[in-house]
Write a protein that binds this ligand. Structure first.
Ligand code: ADP
Length: 257
């Protein structure tokens, strides 16, 4: 599915958080948004999943304006994994994942056997089938993140939006989460938009990177094209050394301490 964003502007109480953002994201692409805290990454993702309504500009999915789509139809297309999620009730993991089927159910209908089958398949796809009967409140940070991705997958979306999916994870789990997302994008041809803080993770896994600062896109393109000493200096106001690598990923960003 093609995501087209044109001249998107969003304000919180008249203070702009996104300014004239334009970008086109193709089906089957993993696009990462890199930018300092407060640059507008979460706001952008929330506009894409209709949690926030922009002040100006438009967002189209496959050339259709998203605000003209029926809520259920829209929810079937877009899976959103928010940044912060604190489980409060000890549901079984499989019930949480089956909750991803909600946009396909009519009011007051429980998920069917078929919905549960899809939920098990989604857990399998993220390598967490064995967590199905566990209590949702007893998962580690990495497991919780995988379960939330599985819930979004059970929705069978064409677009996956993930807000900092690697935050608070250890070194190995960060890689595992990104590898899972990348595999899903490749196998299912979904479009994924992910916000991220680590340029090296962005370089390693993204088809394209959006560099965002103060609500504006300062560069958009393939990792090789957009990540360099100059753009990192503009983005983070710090000096970095770009170390070329012989094997993919093509380069490694090292801060100058
Ligand atoms: P990022 O995800 O890159 O950290 P955000 O999209 O969360 O950035 O925030 C962009 C800007 O909007 C920041 O200046 C932030 O303080 C402001 N902002 C975010 N959420 C709200 C809100 N609910 N009310 C007012 N301002 C907000």
């Amino acid at each position: 599915m093609i995501i087209t964003v044109e001249n998107l502007t969003f304000c919180y109480d008249s203070i702009p958080a996104l300014r004239n953002v334009s970008v086109e994201i193709l089906g089957g692409e993993l696009v990462t948004i890199l930018g300092p805290n407060g640059s507008g990454k979460t706001t952008f993702l929330k506009c894409l999943c209709r949690l926030l309504k922009p002040k100006a500009g438009y967002i189209h999915f496959d050339r259709r304006p998203i605000w003209k789509m029926k809520p259920n139809r829209f929810a079937q297309q877009v899976g959103y994994v928010p940044q912060v999620h604190s489980p409060s009730f000890p549901y079984r993991v499989i019930d949480v994942v089956a909750g991803g089927r909600t946009p396909y159910l009519s009011v007051l209908t429980a998920p069917s056997e078929k919905d549960y089958e899809l939920a098990y398949q989604a857990l399998e796809a993220v390598g967490c089938r064995e967590l199905a009967e566990r209590s949702y409140t007893q998962l580690s940070g990495g497991e919780l993140r995988m379960v939330l991705i599985a819930r979004a997958l059970a929705q069978q979306p064409k677009i996956l939006l993930l807000d900092e999916p690697t935050s608070h994870l250890d070194f190995k789990n960060k890689i595992m989460v990104m590898r899972t997302i990348k595999n899903l994008v490749e196998k299912r041809q979904v479009s994924a938009v992910v916000s991220e803080h680590d340029p090296n993770i962005a370089i390693a896994f993204s088809d394209k990177i959006i560099l965002m600062k103060e609500g504006s896109i300062i560069a958009y393109g393939k990792p090789d094209e957009v990540v360099n000493e100059e753009t990192m200096k503009i983005l983070y106001e710090m000096d970095v050394e770009v170390i070329p690598l012989t094997n993919p990923p093509s380069k490694f960003i090292m801060p100058k301490y």
